[in-house]
Design a protein around this ligand. Structure first.
Ligand code: SAM
Length: 217
């Protein structure tokens, strides 16, 4: 059944300037496909009734602010992390600009948030997925937005083994992958952890074939 909800508005990001986007990932085709896919999946998200929603690598805060507007704040807790301090600040500002309520933390993945393990009901990640030399993966500035190392998988592969401990039993985990990331391998790794998958978004953008994959138990 189609959603009866109106399409949630795109978050305002007019408080961020081109100078900010020298240090912070500017929402692009992957970010737009992500919010479109969440919008399409809104009935399942509502039925899930998530209490804790976390985005890892929130950049400008565009996606976490969008989902908070999509699902509403009543009884839900939204948080995001980013390894880049400029991005963490931008996410916080975007939340404020849109009267959202997102707690933003400047950290790697969920370091320091161990208390929340097993309780994340929705996890979102638009990772650095571009294949690059491995050395670039150590960067914490704007390069951390895209530098994915071998097959664009080095950051993704660090997160996957932690997923089981982060998520609640009922959780949905949405991730962006491109063809170069060998999505079938990622699906098979997640399968070995007991997760099924669904492709909730797919789009060709310039030279990238983008997928939004949803994993769930
Ligand atoms: C492709 S950008 C996505 C930004 C935003 N979510 C969007 O879709 O517009 C990837 C983001 O992940 C962050 N990031 C990279 N490695 C990370 C890590 N280990 N922990 C947390 N954030 C990370 C980058 O700083 C960057 O902001």
């Amino acid at each position: 059944m189609a959603s009866e909800l109106p399409h949630a508005k795109e978050p305002l990001i007019d408080h961020l300037t081109s100078k900010d986007f020298q240090n912070v990932y500017e929402p692009a085709q992957d970010s737009f496909l992500f919010i479109d896919s969440l919008q399409k999946d809104v009935d399942n998200l509502k039925a899930l009734n998530p209490k804790i929603i976390l985005e890892i690598g929130s950049g400008s805060g565009f996606i976490i602010t969008f989902i908070s507007q999509l699902l509403g704040t009543n009884g839900r807790y939204y948080m995001s992390t980013d390894i880049n301090p400029h991005a963490a600040l931008a996410s916080s500002k975007t939340s404020d600009r849109n009267n959202a309520n997102v707690d933003v933390i400047n950290t790697c993945f969920i370091q320091g948030l161990e208390r929340l393990k097993g309780s994340i009901d929705v996890l979102l990640f638009n990772p650095p997925y571009v294949p690059t030399p491995s050395e670039e993966v150590k960067e914490k500035g704007i390069v951390a937005s895209w530098a994915g190392g071998v097959d664009g998988r080095e950051v993704i592969d660090k997160l996957l083994p932690q997923i089981m401990n982060i998520l609640s039993e009922k959780a949905f985990f949405y991730i962006v992958l491109v063809q170069e990331n060998k999505p079938k391998q990622v699906i098979s790794i997640m399968h070995s952890y007991g997760f099924q998958y669904q492709v909730v978004g797919k789009r060709k953008a310039f030279n990238e074939l983008l997928y939004i994959i949803k994993f769930y138990r």
